[in-house]
Write a new protein. Structure first.
Length: 581
């Protein structure tokens, strides 16, 4: 990876985060640090030059430990092999796998030659997989054999029975007409598929010699990554991101955390999602920090062990991950005293959980981040030196080179402190949804990304996410924001986790319902929960329906699936889905 590139050194932490002006909920990020006009491979080349023989990558479950130079060599091996297979700039190459070293190498090998990486959700089943492969006209797919209850190879064989009789790289499938090549991980042989190790051996010295020339002509504004967003209705949308989008977001995330060469970041969040790929991997590249992967998927004990054994200074996770770690019976035996920072994001962060992370996990400089896939993803992030009350009650302040406003239903910018829909504009906004102009125009208007999140911005520029526009429920003409009720219920000493949502009601239009996970060994009744609320929050916010569960339905990234809870409650209670005005 020998390239001469423009500087993309990590920008300084902090910066001038300007407060709102003219009493309106509009903020603009600092522009002191320049945006980097650089591609992903050039960005990595700078880290390799700085890091050299220092440890860069650890996959504990696979027994992998690489220096920065080792990592670069592995990337070039796969990049040259992809060239040997006929992959060229602009081709879509999918990766369908849990957190394995092959995922990480594929992320950078595709970028090295200008191919577009397509992240496939490890939880996808047949219909979702078929849709994603065909939507982007995927040419090649690198896949694990299986993960948990998902048997990837069997699903591919079901969709493409032609694999049984075709030569590897020569697939001609009726259902997957664009897919030619499938590369499977592991040593077992599967008809119609290449093995990952065998593919690496296909690259010739001539293919290797082509890499620098191919990388040199790439444009930072080329599309380089497609991430399918998980919606509750309709088909998934392929958010299309560029080098420029994700490299700069990774730089500013690292700066906010003060990540440096001495840091070691524990990454239990999935690579297929921006949390792992950008907030984790690209932030580490920005800081030349070591990336530590505890396992293929999240497991609290493995994460605690990795953080302790690998002397990690930083740890990422969604709130449910931190809760699982803190409440693990063996938590006390792990030395986490080296932890300093990290990011809690991906879902609303309970205030009590944040306080426990700071006090019990020693993460005094933990930050909160907010964003969405379509904005690469982070728009707001707290600083390591923000007052604790701001870090436990907000998602921080605007990131550099971005603009954010909060608007009402008429599209007018709201006064400071008033709830409305959050809109983002700037370098981080995606190019659009792949091959979907209609939904792109619905979401991006005049350069503004309409996030669908309800938020407030205070007089200092701190943002608070109060829910989803679609999550807000109206009970008897009163607006109820589930996040407000959840934050109150987290104060109950017996409650470990809780989600609040609306269900139809013939009298009030909607009623408040909640699903509650109790702490280990605790028991409670629905009346006890309701009594805890009475006199403390407005009567119309008190849940009418309380349902106790062992765990909440979650996406792979740890986001609670309220639509699943709502549908189950409607079925359980025998309610009509038709709302009454």
């Amino acid at each position: 990876m020998n390239q001469t590139v423009s500087s993309s050194q990590q920008p300084p932490a902090g910066g001038n985060r300007r407060p709102p002006q003219d009493g309106l909920s509009y903020v603009k990020g600092d522009t002191t640090a320049e945006l980097a006009h650089v591609t992903i491979p050039a960005f990595l080349a700078q880290a390799v030059a700085r890091g050299g023989a220092r440890e860069a990558v650890v996959f504990r479950e696979q027994g992998v430990r690489w220096s920065w130079r080792d990592f670069a060599d592995r990337i070039d091996e796969l990049a040259a092999a992809l060239l040997a297979l006929g992959v060229v700039r602009g081709d879509r190459v999918g990766i369908w796998s849990p957190n394995r070293f092959e995922w990480l190498v594929t992320q950078f090998a595709t970028a090295r030659i200008g191919a577009v990486l397509v992240n496939i959700n490890p939880a996808y089943r047949l219909a979702e997989l078929e849709y994603a492969l065909n939507k982007v006209q995927m040419k090649a797919l690198i896949t694990a054999d299986k993960f948990k209850t998902s048997h990837y190879l069997e699903m591919l064989q079901t969709l493409a029975p032609e694999l049984a009789s075709c030569e590897p790289g020569q697939l001609q499938s009726a259902k997957l007409p664009h897919l030619r090549t499938i590369i499977r991980m592991g040593d077992e042989r599967t008809p119609g598929m290449y093995n990952y190790a065998a593919v690496l051996a296909m690259a010739s010295p001539a293919h290797r010699a082509m890499l620098d020339g191919l990388t040199r002509v790439l444009d930072p504004h080329d599309p380089i990554n497609i991430q399918f967003t998980s919606g509750t209705t309709g088909s998934p949308k392929g958010a299309t991101l560029t080098h420029h989008n994700v490299v700069n977001n990774g730089r500013f995330i690292a700066a906010a955390m003060r990540l440096g060469a001495e840091d070691r970041l524990c990454i239990p969040v999935p690579l297929y999602h921006c949390f792992g790929m950008v907030l984790g991997v690209l932030a580490c590249v920005a800081g030349t920090s070591a990336m530590i992967f505890p396992g293929e998927g999240f497991e609290p004990l493995a994460t605690l062990a990795a953080a302790a054994d690998e002397r990690c200074t930083a740890l990422h996770g969604v709130p449910t991950m931190f809760i699982a770690e803190l409440d693990h019976p063996e938590f006390a035996r792990f030395d986490l005293s080296r932890l300093r920072t990290g990011i809690m994001a991906g879902a609303p962060c309970p205030i009590e959980t944040m306080k426990r992370v700071v006090s019990q996990m020693h993460m005094r400089e933990i930050t909160i981040a907010y964003g969405m896939t379509e904005t690469s993803p982070v728009s707001f992030q707290s600083a390591t030196d923000d007052p604790l009350d701001k870090r436990v009650s907000t998602v921080g302040r605007i990131q550099p080179h971005l603009e954010v406003k909060v608007v009402d239903v008429e599209g007018r910018t709201c006064p400071i402190g008033t709830k409305g829909e959050l809109c983002t504009r700037g370098y981080s906004v995606m190019q659009g949804y792949w091959d979907d102009e209609v939904r792109t125009r619905e979401t991006i208007r005049d350069g503004w990304m309409y996030t669908g999140d309800l938020a407030t911005i205070d007089e200092e520029g701190y943002c608070n996410i109060v829910g989803r526009v679609k999550d807000m429920l109206i009970r008897g003409g009163e607006n109820v924001f589930p996040r407000e009720v959840e934050e109150f219920l987290y104060r109950h000493p017996k409650i470990q986790d809780v989600q609040v949502f609306g269900v139809p009601d013939p009298r009030y239009g909607e009623e408040v319902a909640c699903w509650v996970v109790l702490k280990a060994g605790q028991q409670a009744t629905d009346e006890e929960i309701k009594e805890f609320c009475r006199g403390q929050i407005a009567h119309f916010k008190v849940p009418r329906y309380v349902h106790f569960v062992a765990e909440l339905p979650m996406t792979v990234t740890g986001k609670p699936q309220k639509f699943v809870m709502r549908d189950e409650m409607i079925r359980k209670l025998g309610l009509s889905v038709q709302k009454t005005a």
